[in-house]
Write a protein that binds this ligand. Structure first.
Ligand SMILES: [Zn+2]
Ligand SMILES: [Zn+2]
Length: 75
């Protein structure tokens, strides 16, 4: 039987879960990136955050419309 140590808590498990991101073996409790403080998690979050920022930047065009409305009041 292939037993492996959970890279987070050190428990021996005969059913190790391999993290999709850091490729380390983990027990069922720590298989999720959030549960073993995955070293790749910050990179993943940064990537997601970057995507979110991009969307906000694209939505920034709505500001122009607001300004136009303001000026429209005086015009
Ligand atoms: Zn564990
Ligand atoms: Zn991981």
């Amino acid at each position: 039987m292939l037993e492996e140590k959970c890279a987070y808590c050190g428990d021996m498990t005969d059913m190790p879960f391999e993290c999709n991101y850091c490729k380390d073996p983990f027990c069922s409790e720590h298989r999720l990136p959030e549960d073993h403080r995955c070293v790749k998690l910050s990179q993943l979050r940064a990537k997601r955050f970057g995507e979110k920022r991009k969307i906000i930047r694209d939505g920034g065009t709505g500001k122009k419309n607001k300004f136009r409305k303001m000026f429209g009041r005086f015009g």
